[in-house]
Ligand binder design. Structure first.
Ligand code: C2E
Ligand code: CA
Ligand code: CA
Length: 395
């Protein structure tokens, strides 16, 4: 059935719009964590109209903004009913039109404050823009909402023209991976590689991840092997009326045993945690393939050395590094990391090399830099691989 904007406006005025809640669960523990508010139009005769049938027409005008604010108010009322019960954060969908809305963050704060609710209980969902020129406005909008204490999720990631550049720069808290990226049981090798990379990438950028539209056991099993934080999908629960959601929250909290994340987590998330610590200690890590004369560098925050490209030719890296050394240290550095010499040392059974040199930072100051260089065995190749862990020393 086709509805006109007028029909939808009347439904809003007659309070026929209401909110269903779909719970989200922690991937590794299956514990209830939060919910998404999804609007429904419940007609006088009891029939339910899905948002797909009336949101598009509402989006043609500012009517969508009124609907979103109305939904937000209903969400606050639901949370208020949970005042003496377990409360879980609820995310609300906002049309992109709100990016142009004056004082959006203030308006949201005022509404949530009226119900005396903590701001972190509300999450704003917005879809990514395909329009690059809008990106700066979107980023400013997101920042202002986060500064007001709310969280922000990027919805439907991967459904459109998403770019990695966008994810790299977006100041959001959460990335919701669109269901179109998941096939029925995630059996396709390439699809799995893409998904695994997205989760790892998001983690390294400190974005939390949600997989949407999870329906099958196979999808769930695969997502559990990835570093995905939350699951939303029919496999756990469908969107449900407020009353059912409130009982679910009560039951879940009562049954909940605090889970020990270390017992539940998978290898990928354990390695990611470990990387956090290693990175904190060694802000520059360089993987080198001596057989192929290549390297791959991971740089955490601003390491003070003259920045090097993230991949390239090993010999050039050493040349570049030598040039940035204090003149008195250049010879030892280039001798220590001469590739032919490293290879012969490797065959002679050497395991590691340790070196402290003075290096010129981007700020023009020499600092002591310490390098630990370890030969490692890769299970997949005969190439000679070594990893350099580098840190600045404070005198
Ligand atoms: P969305 O934000 O991507 O919401 C997720 C949609 O996926 C929901 O459809 C949900 O019911 C559905 N879904 C959840 N799990 C599964 C699953 O396992 N399999 C499948 N096939 N589908 C699943 P719904 O409720 O029909 O909402 C459709 C869209 O309407 C939403 O997509 C959102 O873009 C929009 N929408 C809903 N409520 C609002 C609102 O209050 N404001 C605005 N601006 N848009 C809304
Ligand atoms: Ca959404
Ligand atoms: Ca979505």
């Amino acid at each position: 059935m086709n509805y006109s904007a007028e029909d939808v406006r009347k439904a809003l005025e007659n309070k026929e719009l209401c909110v269903y809640y779909q719970p989200l669960y922690v991937t590794v523990t299956s514990q209830l964590k939060s919910a998404e508010a999804l609007v429904r139009w419940i007609k006088k005769d009891g029939s339910i109209v899905s948002p797909a049938s009336f949101i598009p027409v509402a989006e043609e005008s500012d009517l969508i903004m009124d609907i979103d604010w109305y939904v937000t108010e209903l969400v606050c009322q639901t949370l208020e009913k949970q005042n003496y019960m377990p409360q879980f954060p609820i995310s609300v969908n906002f049309s992109r039109k709100h990016i142009g809305e004056k004082d959006f963050a203030k308006k949201l704060s005022d509404l949530v404050d009226k119900y005396e609710l903590p701001h972190p209980l509300i999450e704003v969902e917005i879809t990514e823009s395909a329009i690059v020129s809008e990106e700066n406005r979107l980023f400013e909008w997101i920042t202002s909402i986060r500064e007001a204490g709310f969280t922000v999720a990027i919805d439907d990631f991967g459904s459109g023209l998403s770019s990695l550049n966008f994810v790299k720069d977006v100041p959001a808290d959460v990335l919701k991976i669109d269901k179109s990226l998941l096939s029925h049981n995630c059996e396709d090798e390439k699809e799995r590689i893409v998904l695994e990379s997205i989760f790892t990438f998001a983690h390294r950028l400190h974005l939390k991840t949600v997989a949407e539209g999870v329906e099958t056991k196979e999808q769930l099993a695969f997502l559990r092997s990835c570093d995905c934080n939350k699951i939303q999908g029919y496999i756990f629960a469908r969107p449900m009326p407020e009353e059912d959601y409130l009982s679910l929250c009560m039951a879940h909290k009562a049954a909940e045993e605090p889970a020990d994340i270390l017992q539940m987590q998978n290898h990928a998330s354990a390695v990611n945690l470990l990387m956090e610590v290693v990175f904190r200690r060694y802000p520059l890590i360089i993987f080198t393939n001596l057989s192929r004369n290549t390297y791959y560098a991971m740089v955490y925050q601003n390491f003070t050395t003259t920045s090097c490209p993230s991949t390239g030719i090993f010999d050039e890296l050493i040349e570049h590094g030598t040039a940035s050394m204090h003149p008195d240290d250049r010879e030892i550095f280039s001798a220590a990391f001469n590739r032919k010499k490293l290879i012969s040392e490797y065959y002679a059974g050497k395991q590691e090399i340790h070196l402290v040199t003075r290096q010129l930072g981007d700020d023009g100051i020499y600092r002591k830099a310490e390098t630990f260089y370890y030969f490692v065995k890769s299970g997949n190749s005969e190439d000679i691989i070594a990893i350099a862990l580098c840190q600045n020393l404070t005198d």
